[in-house]
Design a protein around this ligand. Structure first.
Ligand code: BGC
Length: 349
């Protein structure tokens, strides 16, 4: 079968390969992949900056944001042929640490977790894969191939949960949220903020085009200037860029008792000059909470499925700006100015 693989650590090694059919030992549920979304992590892997092949292998099958269709599943597994499913990205470590043992692999303590398409487990950019039933999440058939947005939505569902857990340290009645970045993660974070009834402000650099339109259609407000000009004193900031200066802007300008949730993975090695005393002072004197958030467990996938089911299907469809056939994979790894979510089409829906 066809698969897109890379040699982790080696730039531009992505290629379309013939790959063996999945082995029964991978699990009893056989899934045909329909599409796989591409995110910044994939681009980092393709450029040789991130990623690990499975033990004993040179190449890693790429792809962690998937939507597929069940081909066969054993009775009693909870799945049947034709079901739309998403594969959960992270699997618990083998020890397991106490978080992984509790199903909280997103909080793995020993770093021995594995991630499909990222860390030591083949991903979903292949025509078929097998999985254990507990590694799959069923998606509403009405969503169809837009279920490819479930994994990134699970990441922001977790981020919102984390922000709320911190906010609820004291009586908390949030009204205003800021989201930095209008890429897929930022837009999906804004979508959940609007669904929560918050006044949502999204900050990005582009002045016009699809991103401002998508924010407007959500009922949120779009800004290009500094946070303090349009939305200082927000109750929550979900930082979705990983741009170091924006991280500190968010910490400086969130409101009293507010929470900043950081979701962006920053580049390293670039120093930034900051007034650390001011940052500390602002955090302490206003009980500010800053929390990092990565990955998602089953609870977050389920919350994400509810959020996508509530959202406008038309709006979600506009997030997918390009669908690239698997044979033309190289084009899927190029960033174009109007891209929001680029998807690799593995099979027709
Ligand atoms: C994925 C997460 C993963 C993280 C770190 C993100 O792109 O969506 O599931 O945990 O990368 O590898």
């Amino acid at each position: 079968m066809k698969a897109i693989t890379v040699v982790p650590g080696k730039a531009d090694s992505a290629s379309l390969e013939h790959f063996d059919d999945p082995h029964d030992s991978e699990g009893p549920v056989l899934v045909e992949t329909i599409a796989v979304g591409i995110c910044g992590t994939d681009l980092e892997i393709v450029s040789g900056q991130y990623g690990w092949a499975p033990p004993g292998h040179e190449r890693l099958v790429l792809g962690h944001e998937s939507i597929g269709r069940v081909v066969e599943a054993p009775g009693g597994s909870g799945f049947a042929a034709g079901d739309y499913v998403v594969g959960i990205v992270r699997r618990p470590d083998p020890v397991p640490c106490y978080n992984c043992a509790a199903g909280e692999w997103d909080f793995c303590r020993n770093g021995q977790y594995t991630e499909h398409g990222i860390k030591s487990l083949d991903g979903f950019m292949r025509e078929r894969y097998r999985a254990e039933p507990d590694a799959l999440v069923k998606v509403d058939a009405r969503l169809g191939d837009l279920g490819v947005l479930l994994e990134p939505t699970s990441v922001v569902a977790k981020a919102w949960e984390q922000a709320e857990k911190v906010g609820n340290r004291a009586t908390w009645d949030p009204k205003v949220a800021v989201v930095t970045g209008a890429g897929p993660i930022g837009l999906l974070a804004a979508m959940i903020g609007v669904q929560k009834g918050l006044e949502v402000h999204v900050f990005d650099q582009v002045e016009e085009g699809l991103k401002p339109d998508l924010v407007g259609e959500l009922g949120a407000r779009y800004h290009t200037g500094p946070i303090e000009d349009s939305a200082k004193d927000a109750d929550v900031i979900i930082e979705c860029t990983g741009v170091p200066s924006l991280v500190f802007d968010a910490i400086e300008h969130v409101g009293s008792g507010g929470v900043v949730c950081l979701t962006g993975v920053s580049p390293t090695g670039r120093a930034l000059s900051i007034d650390a005393g001011l940052v500390n002072r602002s955090m302490v004197l206003t009980n500010e909470g800053v929390v990092g958030s990565v990955n998602a467990n089953r609870r977050h996938y389920e919350a994400a499925a509810d959020a996508l089911a509530t959202a406008s299907r038309d709006w979600l469809a506009k997030l997918v700006t390009r669908k690239v056939p698997i044979e033309d994979f190289a084009g899927a790894f190029e960033r174009k100015p109007d891209d929001v979510k680029v998807v690799l089409q593995v099979a027709s829906d």
